[in-house]
Design a protein around this ligand. Structure first.
Ligand SMILES: Cc1cc2nc3c(=O)[nH]c(=O)nc-3n(C[C@H](O)[C@H](O)[C@H](O)COP(=O)(O)OP(=O)(O)OC[C@H]3O[C@@H](n4cnc5c(N)ncnc54)[C@H](O)[C@@H]3O)c2cc1C
Ligand code: SF4
Length: 349
C-alpha cells in the first residue's frame, strides 16, 4: 500500500462546510473550500485553478489565478480533458506576484516541484500545492464525441460540465438553441473507464495520488459512502505546511470531516490504484500491441493484470485518429457495458 500512497501524515474523509461550494463540486468540494479559506484568512494571495471555456462549440481547458471566491466557484468540477500545464499554467505562475496555491494533476505537480527546486522565485511563492488523485486523463476527442452524440441537430455547444451531483453524478451540456441536456456521467465515463481516448503519456505514469503534493485530494468510491447524502472527499495530508492549513480550515468549519485510516482511502480506489501503479503490465501488453511503454517499476505481472492492461491499451490504440473516433462512436452501449464488466471483473480478481 505504501507504494500507492507515498509518504503522508494523516488521512481524512471530509467535505466543504459551505453548501454552496458543495453544490457544483466534483466531489465534496474540499479543494474549493480549502482555497477559499486560504484566501479569506490571507494565507495566500491567489490560487491556480483550471476552468473550461467553450470556444466555437469546443470545450477548452483554461488555467486562471483566482483571487476571489467567485472565480474559485466558476472553476469547480473535474476537467477530464488534456491540459498543457507548461504552456498555459507556468507563465501565469511565473508572472504572479504574491503567495500562491496550485491545484494540479500529479504529473504536472511533479514537474512543477522539479522546476521549483532550481528556481527560487517559483519556490518562494508556492505556499500550498493540492494534487488531484488521477486515474488518467483523456484527449479532447472524447469530449467532442460525447457532445456530438447528445447534441440536438444544428445546435452549437455553449457550456459544458463534466460531472456534478451525487455519487457518479451527471454531465450537463448547454446549447445555443436554449436546450440544457443532462445525461448520466456514464455517457462519458464508460468510454473513459475503458481507456478510449486516454492520453498516451498516462500509460507510463504510476502516480495516482500525487506523491509530491502538500495535500492530495480525490473521490471516495466505497459502497459504505454511497448512501451518505453528503458526498465526501478522500484527503491525504503530506507536508507540515499542508497539515497546518488543513487543520486550521477544519477548526474554522470551512471543512468538515474526520481522520480515517489510509486503508479506507485505498478501499475507495480499490481497482484503479493497483492498475495505475502497474506500469510493468502496460509495458508487457504494449509489446504485443506495438506501443512502447517504459518500465522503470519492474513489478510482478499476473495474468489478469496483463489482460486488463491489454484491454486498456488496445482500446486506447483503437480510438486514435478520426477513423478511430468514428469507430468508437458506433460501439453499441450494451457492448460498452459488457466490456466494462469484463474489465472490472479482471481488476477485481
Ligand atoms: C483528469 C482527472 C482524473 C481524475 N481521476 C481521479 C481518480 O481516478 N480517482 C479519484 O478519486 N479522483 C480523481 N480525480 C479527482 C476528482 O475528480 C475530484 O477533482 C477531486 O475529488 C476534487 O473534488 P472537489 O469536490 O474537492 O473539487 P472541486 O471543489 O470541484 O474543485 C476541483 C478543483 O480541481 C481543479 N481541476 C479540475 N480539473 C483539473 C485539471 N484537469 N487540471 C488541473 N486542475 C483541475 C479545478 O480548477 C478546481 O479548483 C480526477 C480529476 C481529474 C481532473
Ligand atoms: S495519469 Fe499520470 S500522466 Fe496521466 S494525467 Fe494523470 S498524473 Fe498525468
Amino acid at each position: 500500500m505504501q507504494q500507492y500512497i507515498g509518504t503522508f501524515r494523516q488521512s481524512y474523509f471530509a467535505y466543504a462546510g459551505d453548501e454552496l461550494i458543495r453544490e457544483h463540486a466534483a466531489s465534496g468540494g474540499v479543494i474549493t473550500a480549502l482555497l477559499d479559506f486560504a484566501l479569506r484568512s490571507k494565507r495566500i494571495d491567489g490560487a491556480l485553478v483550471c476552468s473550461t471555456a467553450v470556444i466555437d462549440g469546443h470545450v477548452v481547458p483554461q488555467f486562471t489565478i483566482a483571487a476571489d471566491r467567485q472565480t474559485l466557484l466558476t472553476a469547480q468540477g473535474s476537467k477530464y480533458i488534456a491540459v498543457d500545464f507548461n504552456r498555459d499554467a507556468l507563465p501565469l505562475i511565473r508572472a504572479f506576484k504574491g503567495r500562491l496555491a496550485v491545484v494540479a494533476l500529479p504529473c504536472d505537480l511533479t514537474n512543477l516541484r522539479r522546476l521549483a527546486e532550481h528556481d527560487e522565485s517559483i519556490r518562494e511563492k508556492l505556499i500550498l500545492t493540492i494534487g488531484l488523485f488521477c486515474g488518467h486523463n483523456s484527449r479532447p476527442e472524447l469530449t467532442e464525441m460525447v457532445v456530438d452524440k447528445i447534441k440536438p441537430a444544428g445546435a452549437v455547444l455553449t457550456d459544458y460540465r463534466y460531472r456534478q451531483g451525487h455519487w457518479r453524478g451527471e454531465l450537463e451540456a448547454c446549447f445555443d438553441n436554449g436546450d440544457v441536456i443532462h445525461k448520466p456521467f456514464s455517457y462519458f465515463s464508460d468510454y473513459q473507464n475503458l481507456f478510449y481516448f486516454c492520453q498516451q503519456k498516462c500509460h507510463h505514469c504510476h502516480d495516482h495520488t500525487a506523491y509530491q503534493a502538500d495535500i492530495s485530494i480525490g473521490d471516495i468510491w466505497s459502497l459504505r459512502m454511497k448512501e451518505n447524502p453528503i458526498k465526501h472527499n478522500a484527503i491525504i495530508v503530506r507536508s507540515e505546511s499542508g497539515a497546518a492549513i488543513f487543520e486550521a480550515a477544519l477548526q474554522a468549519g470551512a471543512i468538515k470531516g474526520q481522520p480515517e485510516p489510509i486503508e479506507e482511502i485505498c478501499e475507495g480506489q480499490a481497482r484503479s490504484l493497483p492498475f495505475h501503479y502497474n506500469v510493468s503490465a502496460r509495458a508487457r501488453a504494449g509489446k504485443k500491441l506495438g506501443i512502447a511503454v517504459k518500465d522503470p517499476m519492474q513489478t510482478r505481472v499476473r495474468w489478469f493484470e496483463f489482460l486488463t492492461a491489454y484491454m486498456a491499451l488496445k482500446n486506447e490504440k483503437r480510438s486514435r485518429g478520426p477513423e478511430g473516433m468514428k469507430e468508437v462512436a458506433h460501439i453499441p452501449r450494451f457492448i460498452l457495458k459488457l466490456k466494462l464488466y469484463v474489465m472490472k471483473g479482471l481488476e477485481s480478481i
